[in-house]
Each structure stands twice: as structure tokens, then as C-alpha cells.
Design a protein around this ligand. Structure first.
Ligand code: FHN
Length: 592
């Protein structure tokens, strides 16, 4: 029997969640700029480090670094540069400004930071010249809330950092928070009244501080690579246009980040910490951080290992983009050693295999492969093997171009590998042990530029996960969703939701070996669900499993693929709270 009050409540909840998701989409644009930035072609010099270098260092450093996420003995978990915001410690602007009086970062070593970026294999460095807190980390005539006028240190670190970067052949550029300014009257999220108690407008902030400061950072530090504007919010287009005009005038070769807003940037910046799963056309970047926070947080020891850094970097490059990875120096200027160690170790690998990362084209498979990823230079494919197959065989599905040779690289030399074609797959024979501890590289020389059937091949060696964004969806909705783990620590997933009893989600796969495969579904939801999974024209299985609000793998059962070749696998949600079912992926693991 249906309870009318319950149905009405459910309907209201559905409407609300819909509104929240629309609102969330809008807010994403306000934070990260439009995803449809009009791309300008990068010429030989402009954007070269971005487009061909593919890897950069991001630095979040400011007054907030001193607090390290602890205020009056209380720790606030989340991104450290937001500490003064009401969503974190809620420090009033006048009180926050007093922090400048204690800022004396005598351990900030520009040469060591530039050297770290170089050793890490990065090609340019982008540092916060002014974050949302409004404090200028350089000598600003436009506003005395800056590192020279307001601190006992009295130094402009940017002059020397820019010089140290140039000395090592690195590019240099600035982050600038153009819309949000939490301490200057009229700035986004800032005081509403000026020093005399009169109402302050956005124009006041823009004309007295923002525009002059962008003039300063683009004219006082030599040639710069990039101005990284951030969180455009609802800033009207006319303001963004003026800022871009200043950059074009003073730094005609510098790129402007897509987060300037209104599609005025030179390239697209994805959501924070987002590594995409399918190739993206045009110029774009992923921004990520070595731990969970951008700015230094005392408790945050959740460092990315060298292996994770390489996986995320290579994934971005293989999807066609650039990876910018952040460090957050402490309030005294020193860089946490664990971050530095991971960067140096992954960097040593990049220095051994520069051909894999720099000036390469995206993977013709257009997605990752179960064991790793592929980057391309003309007729040469570089297979970065993250998970070395214990079977001694590496399976490459769908490569239609003839392989001339396969070589296992070891940083200096190369050894020939035998290879064969089997039912349209390329199978490469491997030694039992991987030559590299982190990522081993196989180079395939092809007869011509690669032509690839991008269908997901089920790897005979182990599990193959196919994400929901690669499915054909009928009668349900597929879309990207963003959420925060800790405050400001963003996660992104593509999921299939708004299920109906008749919804059907189909994955196309290529099978080399017929037989039974264990099927797992990765989903979140509320309560128990009954899922039905079937090979179109073949076996269909059905099972009930529980769920939680967190995405998890749930075993469904063994499913038989009757013969090698292409198959469609259909997933249906047969029973359970369909309104909250959210499917993220399907996984196939050969049983024998
Ligand atoms: O709000 C900022 C955040 O503090 C940090 O600077 C990141 C880096 O991409 N950008 C904004 C949020 O997207």
C-alpha cells in the first residue's frame, strides 16, 4: 500500500535534490570557469611549456600557511588557505590581518624550490600572488596589506623566485584571486563597508586593488608564462575582459587560465583534483595537490606517493592534458620533506623517460587500459605499465596498425620483446620481473600512425573496470558529480542515476578468452538493490546486494561470455530505492 504522505515527501526530496544538483552545476562554473572555453591555437612560444611540457608546479603559500589549520588550539580540517572563511575558523578580517605582523618566513629558499621543481621534471612554477584572503605575497603599491609593507620580513619573495626559476630554464607565473577578496572592502566575500563606514562596491575593490595588482604582477617580474585567475564567481564579464586586456598588453605570450570566467581564458582548467577518464580535445589542465590541502595544514600527512604522482601525471598526459601539482610550504617557508621526496623520486623517473611525458600526443584508445596507459609520438607508442602482469604477457586490445618492434626500455638501453597477434589483440611477451619499481615502459614501433578500435578489452590477466561514463544509457541519467570529502577536497565521478524499472545501461566489451567472468558493480545508494546483468543474446544473472552512501564494489556473480569478440553487457536495476541508486562502474575479472 502506498502512503500518500511518504510519496509526497519522496517527491519533495526528489525535486530538492534536482534543484541542488542544478545549483551545484552553476556553482562549479562559478568556481572553475566555463567548461566550454574557446580555445585559441597555441603558437610556437605561447603556451609551449604548458602544451608540450605537460607538467607544472603549483604553490599555495601565504599568511594562512602560518596557521596551518589550527586556530586557538582547534584544528580545522580542510583546505588551509580558507582558514579565515566562515566555513572554516571564521576569523574576522581585522583579526586575520594581524597575522602579517608575525610573518617572518626565513626558511623560504627560492633556489631550493626552483631546484625541486626542476628535479621533479616540472616545466614551470605558478605561485599565489594573492589568494582569497587578499594578502599580496609580493611588493604591491596598490595595497599595503602585502608581504613587504605589513610583515617584519619585508621581502618580496617573487622577484627572487622568478629569477631562480629562469636560471634553471623554468617558466614562472602567478595565481591571482580576482573575484574573491575577503579583507578588502567591496571584494567578493569581503567587508561591505570601507574604513570610514561607507558602503563599498565591487567597483571600489576592482579599481583600487584588483586591476592595479594585475597590472603589477604582469609588469614587475619579467616575462611570465601564465596568469592563473581563480573562482570567477558571478563577476560580470566587463571586469574579466579588463583583466585579460592587462595580461595581453603586458605579457602577450602569457596564457590566461580558463578560471578567469566567461570563456575568456586560453585553456580549460578542470575541477580541483580531477583526473579525467576520457580524452579531452583542446588545451586543458588538471590541478592537483601533493596531499589533501593546497596550503600547509599541520595534520595533513596524506601524501601522494611517487607511484601515484606518476599515475596521475601520465593519465592526464594520455588524456591530452597538462598536470599541475601543488606544494604548500609551511609558514616559515620550508617545504614538507615528504612532499619533496615524492616529487624528487617521481621526477627521477621522468628524467629517465622524458619521451613518455613531454611533447606527446594522447592515447588513441581514448581511455586508460587495465594495466596502465599509452602516450604517442608519431608512429611510436609508449606503454606505461603501472601493474606488471604476473603471467608474463601484456595484452593490448584493438590496435589495428602493424607492430614493427616492441622494446622494453630501462632508462638507458632497450631490449627486444617478442609479440604476436591473437584474435585482433597484440600480445607482448614480458620478463617475469618489471625493470622499474614505479612504472615500466614498453615502446612499440608501428608501421604507420596508430589506428585503434577503442572498445574496452577485458584483460585476460585480471580485472577490467569500465566506468559508467563509457556506457550507453537509456531511461536513466548519466552525469558528472562533484563532492567534497573534507572541506575543499573535491572528488569527481560520472554516475548513472534517476533509475526507473525500465532503465537500461549497456557496456560494450571485447573478449579474448570465452568463459566465466566475475562481475562486480560499483555503486552507492540506500538499502538493498536487486541488479540484473546480462550478455545481450546470452546469459543473464541477477542478485541482491546492500549499499551505502559511499561508492563500493558489490559482487553480482559469474557471467559467461560464450565466444571471443565483441559483446554488449546490459545492466538493469530491478528493485530497491531507484531514486538514490548511483552506478559508477562495472568490473569484470576472468574466473579461470
Ligand atoms: O578556492 C580555491 C582554492 O583555495 C584553491 O586555490 C583551488 C586551487 O585550484 N582553487 C579554488 C577552488 O577551486
Amino acid at each position: 500500500m502506498t502512503n500518500p504522505t511518504l510519496s509526497a515527501l519522496r517527491w519533495l526530496a526528489l525535486c530538492l535534490s534536482f534543484l541542488v544538483s542544478i545549483h551545484a552545476e552553476e556553482r562549479m562554473d562559478e568556481m572553475w570557469g566555463e567548461s566550454t572555453v574557446k580555445l585559441r591555437a597555441a603558437d610556437a612560444e605561447k603556451g609551449q611549456l604548458f602544451d608540450k611540457g605537460n607538467y607544472a608546479m603549483f604553490i599555495h603559500w601565504g599568511l594562512y600557511s602560518q596557521l596551518a589549520n589550527k586556530v586557538d588550539g582547534k584544528t580545522y580540517y580542510g583546505i588551509g588557505e580558507w582558514i579565515m572563511n566562515p566555513r572554516m575558523a571564521n576569523i574576522p578580517p581585522e583579526q586575520y590581518k594581524k597575522l602579517a605582523g608575525e610573518f617572518n618566513p626565513t626558511r623560504f629558499d627560492v633556489k631550493a624550490i626552483a631546484r625541486l621543481a626542476k628535479d621533479a621534471g616540472m616545466k614551470y612554477v605558478i605561485i599565489t600572488s594573492k589568494h582569497h584572503d587578499g594578502f599580496a605575497m609580493y611588493d604591491s603599491a596598490a595595497c599595503d596589506f602585502n608581504v613587504v609593507d605589513a610583515t617584519p620580513w619585508k621581502m618580496d619573495p617573487m622577484k627572487e623566485l622568478a629569477a631562480a626559476c629562469r636560471e634553471l630554464g623554468l617558466g614562472f607565473g602567478f595565481y591571482y584571486s580576482h573575484n574573491q577578496d575577503w579583507t578588502f572592502p567591496g571584494g567578493g566575500g569581503g567587508p561591505k563597508l570601507d574604513a570610514e563606514g561607507k558602503p563599498a562596491s565591487f567597483d571600489d575593490y576592482f579599481l583600487k586593488k584588483c586591476l592595479p595588482q594585475v597590472e603589477e604582477i604582469t609588469s614587475q617580474y619579467g616575462p611570465i608564462e601564465l596568469v592563473w585567475f581563480d573562482t570567477p564567481g558571478r563577476m560580470p564579464k566587463k571586469y574579466a575582459e579588463q583583466l585579460v586586456a592587462v595580461v595581453r598588453k603586458n605579457q602577450p605570450k602569457a596564457l590566461v587560465s580558463g578560471r578567469v570566467g566567461h570563456g575568456l581564458g586560453d585553456y580549460q582548467s578542470l575541477g580541483d583534483m580531477e583526473v579525467p577518464h576520457r580524452n579531452i580535445e583542446g588545451m586543458w589542465e588538471s590541478v592537483d595537490t601533493t596531499n589533501d590541502s593546497w596550503a600547509y595544514a599541520w595534520y595533513d600527512e596524506c601524501w601522494k606517493t611517487p607511484d601515484e604522482i606518476l599515475r596521475r601525471l601520465i593519465s592526464c598526459v594520455a588524456r591530452g592534458g597538462t598536470y599541475m601539482l601543488n606544494i604548500g610550504p609551511r609558514g616559515d617557508g620550508s617545504v614538507p620533506e615528504r612532499a619533496a621526496r615524492s616529487l624528487r623520486e617521481s621526477g627521477a623517473w621522468i628524467h629517465r623517460y622524458p619521451q613518455v611525458v613531454y611533447d606527446t600526443a594522447s592515447s588513441p584508445w581514448k581511455h586508460a587500459l587495465p594495466w596502465g596507459d599509452v602516450t604517442v609520438k608519431g608512429k611510436r607508442l609508449f606503454l606505461s605499465v603501472f601493474d606488471w602482469p604476473a603471467s608474463g604477457k601484456l595484452y593490448l586490445p584493438g590496435l589495428e596498425t602493424r607492430v614493427v618492434s616492441a622494446k622494453l626500455l630501462d632508462g638507458k638501453s632497450a631490449s627486444e620483446l617478442t609479440h604476436e597477434r591473437l584474435h585482433g589483440w597484440t600480445v607482448v611477451e614480458l620478463p617475469a620481473r618489471a625493470p622499474e619499481r614505479l612504472v615500466s615502459v614498453i615502446e612499440l614501433a608501428l608501421e604507420a600512425e596508430p589506428v585503434v578500435d577503442t572498445t574496452f578489452g577485458l584483460d585476460p590477466n585480471g580485472a577490467t573496470t569500465v566506468l559508467a561514463e563509457f556506457a550507453e544509457v537509456a531511461g536513466a541519467k548519466g552525469s558528472k558529480k562533484h563532492w567534497m570529502e573534507k572541506f575543499g577536497e573535491w572528488k569527481t565521478a560520472y554516475h548513472i542515476h534517476q533509475w526507473k524499472p525500465e532503465s537500461s545501461v549497456t557496456f560494450e566489451v571485447e573478449v579474448l578468452a570465452a568463459g566465466d567472468y566475475m562481475v562486480d558493480l560499483n555503486y552507492a545508494g540506500e538499502g538493498r538493490y536487486v541488479w540484473s546483468v546480462g550478455v545481450v543474446g546470452g546469459e543473464r544473472i541477477q542478485n541482491q546486494q546492500n549499499s551505502s552512501a559511499i561508492y563500493q564494489d558489490h559482487p553480482i556473480g559469474w557471467l559467461r561470455f560464450p565466444q571471443p569478440g565483441k559483446h554488449k553487457v546490459e545492466v538493469k536495476c530491478v528493485d530497491g530505492n531507484l531514486d538514490s541508486a548511483s552506478l559508477r562502474a562495472i568490473r569484470f575479472t576472468p574466473v579461470f
